[in-house]
Design a binder for this molecule. Structure first.
Ligand code: NAI
Length: 421
């Protein structure tokens, strides 16, 4: 089978498990709420993203796409999208140079002025802002998915350099709960199994960060019989970890004994060369958090250490005394590099992204200032509504008296913005 035909099949399989985004496609394709939108997309290029891309096109947008991660592209999917006429600049195993070339190609096209950005990590936004400031001025809105991209947007806003409204999809309740928690809960196991064939029972794991991703990973690992230690900087998350039954430690306290180290912090240099020096033979090191910053991989590229590629995405780093540590995906997101993520969670994120694009694109002038916004709670609820039929879930309706008693509209939103789910 040709690569694009294989990719098309992958996309069709993803569609089956992405009911929300498919429902949105069906509901909105007559209205074409993204008519004339020209969207630069920079996200993982996989079958689930292809479903989003084709939905945006069905809603009237023209899109150009690049990958936000050099390892996560499904080449066959990129081929299928190209075969269907989409401009996609991505392949698995891009170099750093290729990566920026692809984004540049995606942004800078003849006779094509983008007016929206859909970013995951802030790289397309960064490139356009730095290299094509005139083009950036004509952007109507940015939708950003990652914690780091969002952080950069808030910094831009603070320094007065953000000249367009932006939507922080990362912190939408519906996205955070599902993409960060449930998706990582399932895919951490999958990616470790596929890359190392490890048995989890009885293994000691150091998990850095107890946010949504950390909570999901720790639950899954505990359920399979791992002994999980958590590191945290935030006392609230540390207390949550403690009351969930995990020992909260400094990484140095356990680093010599653990079998697996997983980072989920969104931070940098959480696992340093010094930590890796102390790890025991065979310790597996991987990152579920941000990009490639959490593990100091660059500090392992020194002449005294030998790198041995044992499988795709699996490197043994051999120390002078013969000790090996097992580095997965060179410190990039292990689940996106070594396994797949649940399409259902991707459906929730994609539907949220699509609604954020529709909202910013169609907003009346003045509705949004040049600042970073969260999607309204009503839209979060709408994304959930799109997905409930899959489970044949039947919502209870408020009676008039109940709605009055609670001070709610019968059609939502059902919770105030400060509610923590
Ligand atoms: P979060 O903010 O809820 O959790 C991160 C936690 O790490 C926080 O509790 C923070 O206090 C803690 N932390 C920060 N620096 C630390 C350090 N040096 N040592 C120990 N703990 C530290 O964020 P969330 O939602 O859990 O996301 C974490 C990262 O995972 C982000 O970069 C996000 O973009 C990424 N992510 C990855 C996904 C994947 O598929 N692999 C999916 C969703 C998010």
């Amino acid at each position: 089978m040709q690569q694009h035909a294989f990719g098309r099949r992958e996309i069709e399989i993803a569609e089956q498990e992405m009911p929300g985004i498919m429902a949105l496609r069906k509901r909105a394709s007559d209205d074409k709420p993204l008519k004339n939108a020209k969207i630069v997309g920079c996200t993982h290029v996989n079958a689930q993203t292809a479903v989003l891309i084709e939905t945006l096109a069905a809603l009237g947008a023209s899109v150009r796409w690049a990958a936000c991660n050099i390892y996560s592209t499904q080449n066959e999917v990129a081929a299928a999208l190209a075969e269907s006429g989409f401009s996609v600049f991505a392949w698995r195993g891009e170099t750093e140079e290729d990566f920026w070339w692809c984004i540049d190609k995606c942004v800078n096209a003849e006779n094509w002025q983008p007016n929206m950005i859909l970013d995951d990590g802030g790289d397309a936004t960064h490139l356009m802002l730095k290299k094509y400031p005139a083009m950036f001025k004509l952007i109507k809105g940015i939708v950003e998915e990652s914690v780091t991209g969002v952080h950069r947007l808030y910094q831009l806003s603070k320094s007065g350099k953000l000249t367009v409204p932006a939507m922080n999809v990362h912190d939408s309740v519906i996205k955070t709960k599902f993409d960060n928690f449930y998706s990582c809960k399932e895919s951490i196991i999958d990616s470790l199994k596929r890359s190392t064939d490890i048995m989890f029972s009885g293994k000691q794991v150091a998990l850095c960060g107890y946010g949504e991703v950390g909570k999901g990973c720790s639950q899954a690992l505990k359920a399979l019989g791992c002994i999980v230690y958590v590191t945290e900087i935030d006392p609230i998350c540390a207390l949550q970890a403690s009351t969930d039954g995990f020992r909260v430690v400094k990484l140095n306290e356990v680093i010599r004994n653990v079998d697996i180290v997983i980072t989920t912090t969104g931070n940098k240099s959480v696992v340093t060369r010094e930590h890796m020096e102390k790890m025991k033979n065979g310790c597996i090191v991987c990152n579920m958090g941000h990009s490639n910053t959490e593990i100091d991989v660059k500090d392992l590229r020194t002449p005294d250490l030998t790198w041995e590629k044992v499988r795709s995405q699996v490197d043994h780093i051999i120390f002078p005394d013969g000790k090996r540590i097992v580095l997965l995906a060179e410190g990039r997101l292990v689940n996106l590099s070594c396994s797949s993520v649940p399409s259902f969670c991707a459906s929730i994120t994609s539907a949220t992204q699509a609604l954020a694009l529709i909202e910013l694109y169609n907003a009346q002038p003045g509705r949004y200032k040049c600042d970073v916004y969260l999607l309204s709670r009503k839209m979060d609820e709408y994304v959930a509504i799109l997905h409930l039929p899959t489970f044949d879930a039947h919502l209870t309706e408020l009676s008039d008296e109940q709605a009055k008693y609670m001070g709610l509209s019968k059609t939502g939103p059902f919770k105030p913005n400060y509610y923590r789910y």
